[in-house]
Design a protein around this ligand. Structure first.
Ligand code: F0G
Length: 390
């Protein structure tokens, strides 16, 4: 199913493994793995650009063999919108809300569910704050697979739950936070594998391969590398995946410089930002994460090491924004730019404004704010915002 020469590599000790779709952690040190895809000498960026804009335009840079037919809904190829009224002439929003299920998760699910289908499993399983569940449910439906989702009880925005149910997912509500739901999934379906269900959380390095294409699209559309990319951070898979995409383009010689990655967390759910600001080598766990941005209400991000490494390598930063700042940014994007994003996505604009204030970014730099999900995902927060402001 995989391209010739594809390997898995431990992000901590560098151990290499053959491409096993079920192997997520290093057998010698327990670190998370990343996919290494050798790219043909004949690869030409210009030839890739002749194809439809989206995840599969970059097939040669993805680990799946050419003959594998993707389970696809036309994901990726999302709008890049200049937001000069909300943020300035050099600032763009990458609007991931216009993916088929309304979030960036679709980039990963097209790859993850394609692998699940190829494995011949009965279905897929995820723990989720909502978007991963919505996306997994839709792609599983398309592939004719079962989808089982573990959700924190009361912790999932209504639009996302509605999508998971609409697409026929079986829902298990867990008393606790996302972190507890994920722990259950990892115990049940990763440590005791192989099960009949294929786990598609972001510990799965194959799923993250799809998410790295966001970096490819930015370079592709802008024609140059942005100075800074701002990403809301929850379980921390996405910031790691996007950074991996830039690293790969640099290694291929497509770009010469790479952007600084700035990760944004909500003040009440900021394990990584806390770890970063204290220069700690151990994750500063948040036992009871709290924020209005339920997508990133996460206290023990599994990809914490990968994310810290990405931020460090890119000479970026991690910072926090309050719920008030998130709501204000959400309103700015909606009212000044016509962009309806969910609260966690607005954290990237709030984070950019904070980074300007703190001198981490200069007004003249080209910045991309990743708006990870659509406003319709969370109608209750939209209502709160509207009722407070009108
Ligand atoms: N933005 C949105 C809209 C999300 O749904 C998520 C994560 C993030 C940002 C953070 O991305 O976890 O890769 O750092 N949502 C996951 C879910 C956890 O279950 O839907 P991350």
């Amino acid at each position: 199913m995989f391209r010739e020469g594809v390997r898995l590599r431990c992000v901590i000790c560098g151990s290499l493994y053959p491409p096993n779709p079920r192997l997520f952690t290093c057998r010698s040190c327990g670190g998370l793995l990343e996919v290494v895809t050798p790219v043909d000498r004949g690869f030409e960026w210009e030839r890739v650009r002749a194809r439809r804009f989206g995840v599969w335009r970059y097939r040669e840079l993805l680990p799946l063999a050419e003959w594998v037919k993707p389970v696809s809904l036309g994901e990726g190829g999302t709008p890049l919108v200049r937001v000069d009224r909300a943020a300035g002439p050099h600032v763009f929003v990458k609007f991931e809300g216009s993916n088929p299920t309304g979030s960036f998760k679709d980039r990963g699910m097209t790859v993850g569910v394609t692998i699940a289908k190829g494995l011949g499993v009965e279905g897929v399983v995820v723990a989720s704050t909502g978007n991963t569940a919505a996306s997994a449910a839709a792609y599983a439906a398309r592939a004719g697979l079962r989808c089982l989702v573990y959700l924190p009880r009361g912790g999932v925005a209504r639009g996302k739950l509605a999508q998971a149910l609409l697409h026929g997912a079986e829902v298990v509500e867990v008393d606790g936070f996302f972190d507890d739901a994920l722990e259950l999934v990892l115990e049940e379906y990763v440590e005791r594998s192989p099960s009949k269900l294929y786990p598609l959380n972001s510990v799965n390095p194959w799923r993250l391969e799809g998410q790295k294409t966001l970096a490819f699209e930015l370079v592709d559309e802008l024609g140059y590398t942005p100075d800074v990319v701002v990403v809301p951070v929850g379980n921390a898979g996405n910031i790691s995946a996007i950074w991996k995409g830039f690293r790969e383009l640099r290694d291929l010689g497509v770009i010469s410089g790479t952007p600084r990655m700035i990760g944004v967390q909500a003040t009440g759910a900021a394990p990584l930002a806390k770890t970063w600001s204290t220069r700690s080598r151990e994750l500063q766990v948040v036992e009871e994460p709290r924020t209005i941005a339920s997508a990133i209400r996460i206290g023990r991000p599994v990809n914490w090491f990968k994310a810290l490494k990405s931020v460090e390598e890119s000479r970026g930063a991690l910072l926090t924004v309050s719920d008030e700042e998130i709501l204000e940014a959400m309103k700015m994007l909606a009212r000044l730019e016509g962009l309806g994003v969910e609260p966690s996505s607005a954290a990237s604009l709030a984070g950019y404004l904070k980074a300007l204030e703190e001198g981490l970014v200069d007004r003249g730099e080209t910045v991309v704010l990743v708006a990870t999900g659509h406003a319709l995902k969370d109608p209750d927060v939209v209502r709160l915002l509207v009722e407070r402001n009108t």
